[in-house]
Design a protein around this ligand. Structure first.
Ligand SMILES: [Zn+2]
Ligand SMILES: [Zn+2]
Ligand SMILES: [Zn+2]
Ligand SMILES: [Zn+2]
Ligand SMILES: [Zn+2]
Ligand SMILES: [Zn+2]
Length: 357
């Protein structure tokens, strides 16, 4: 009996020991019993496989296990090295890590200083970054708006005259200015005039304006103020003027005298456009067409447009643009009215109908 009882005691002891140990060692993750090998993490027991699956942290960049310290960003975990290399913001310009304030430009991120120094557009005049008001001129130059009022602009192309945009320029009587880009092509001596006049007469002939006097006197005038005085014109930006005198005897015209005055130092294409305008005035005098001022100046500006279209240079296009944008009742509105007419009916019919406008 004693022997059996003793065995029974041993058996009970074994059972309770197994239960006791077994209760302590279940996997925190799957609640199943742990076998010989297990892991302890923060005082809890896990199967190796359960630990790897549910507790172990993996790098969201390289997919490998993370042990030790790591970075988190937007609920994701990264090795420190993976984070620095792939996740942390880097400047698009210098590739260094960005910490602190940065600038986003067209979806890319930059150090503020890199942005200002390398990305922000620079002024074509002073080469400093343009952060506020700027001007983009017809020629593609980009500059601080405040330069506009401090520098003279070219009488021909309207560029700001300075060393960076035009390589400088010169003044005529210190109130008209011409840039050094336009300088090689300006008309400023009377020996150029004959050739230029013949040139323009030839172009006008192509649209049916012929029989103009070929020995027209042309005088170059330096000062715009003088031209304004001579013509009595209200316009501030006048460039040419045609004086006409006729003598008659017994009601019949016996002599017609024309004299054309044009500003000196106009670039050749502009000079020819002004000359064409004035020659159209001569045409009107010859044909005794006394038109309303908007029709008259609008018609004469068609002569200028003809020259600009003939040359088609960027400067010519700029001048056409200026004529189109002009709000002057005669030189702008009148011109556009006549241009529309011309496009509608062509030169031949326009000239024929001119007396009835
Ligand atoms: Zn488990
Ligand atoms: Zn990693
Ligand atoms: Zn940078
Ligand atoms: Zn500037
Ligand atoms: Zn110019
Ligand atoms: Zn005119």
């Amino acid at each position: 009996m004693n022997k059996i009882f003793f065995r029974y005691i041993i058996y009970l002891f074994y059972i309770s020991f197994t239960l006791l140990i077994g209760n302590q060692k279940t996997c925190k993750s799957c609640n199943k019993e742990l076998s010989a090998q297990y892991l302890i993490h923060k005082g809890r027991y896990y199967h190796h496989t359960c630990y790897d699956k549910y507790i172990q942290i993996y790098c969201d960049q390289c997919g490998k296990k993370i042990d030790g310290s790591y970075n988190t960003s937007k609920d994701k975990n990264y090795h420190k090295t993976c984070y620095q290399q792939f996740i942390q913001k880097r400047c698009e310009e210098c590739s260094d890590i960005i910490s602190g304030i940065y600038t986003i430009h067209e979806g890319k991120e930059y150090h503020e200083s890199c942005y200002v120094e390398y990305i922000l557009p620079k002024c074509d005049v002073c080469h400093q970054p343009v952060e506020d008001k700027y001007i983009k001129d017809f020629w593609g130059n980009y500059y601080h708006a405040y330069h506009d009022k401090k520098m003279p602009s070219c009488d021909n192309c309207n560029r700001l005259i300075c060393s960076s945009l035009t390589n400088g320029g010169y003044s005529i009587n210190s109130n008209r200015f011409v840039c050094n880009l336009c300088k090689p092509d300006v008309i400023n001596n009377k020996f150029q005039l004959r050739k230029v006049l013949n040139n323009v007469l030839d172009i006008l002939k192509t649209v049916g304006v012929d029989n103009l006097p070929i020995n027209l006197p042309i005088t170059l005038i330096d000062s715009r103020e003088e031209l304004i005085r001579m013509s009595g014109n209200r316009l501030g930006n006048i460039q040419g003027y045609t004086n006409y005198e006729e003598s008659s005897m017994a009601g019949r015209i016996i002599d017609q005298k024309y004299h054309i005055y044009i500003l000196s130092n106009l670039q050749e294409e502009i000079f020819k456009a002004v000359l064409a305008h004035e020659l159209f005035h001569v045409y009107l005098f010859q044909n005794k067409l006394d038109l309303r001022s908007d029709i008259r100046e609008g018609f004469c500006n068609l002569g200028s447009n003809l020259i600009y279209q003939h040359y088609g240079s960027k400067l010519s296009k700029y001048r056409i643009k200026m004529m189109n944008e002009s709000t002057d009742p005669d030189y702008g509105i009148g011109y556009k009215k006549m241009k529309e007419k011309l496009d509608d009916i062509g030169w031949k019919r326009l000239l024929k109908k001119l007396p009835r406008f």
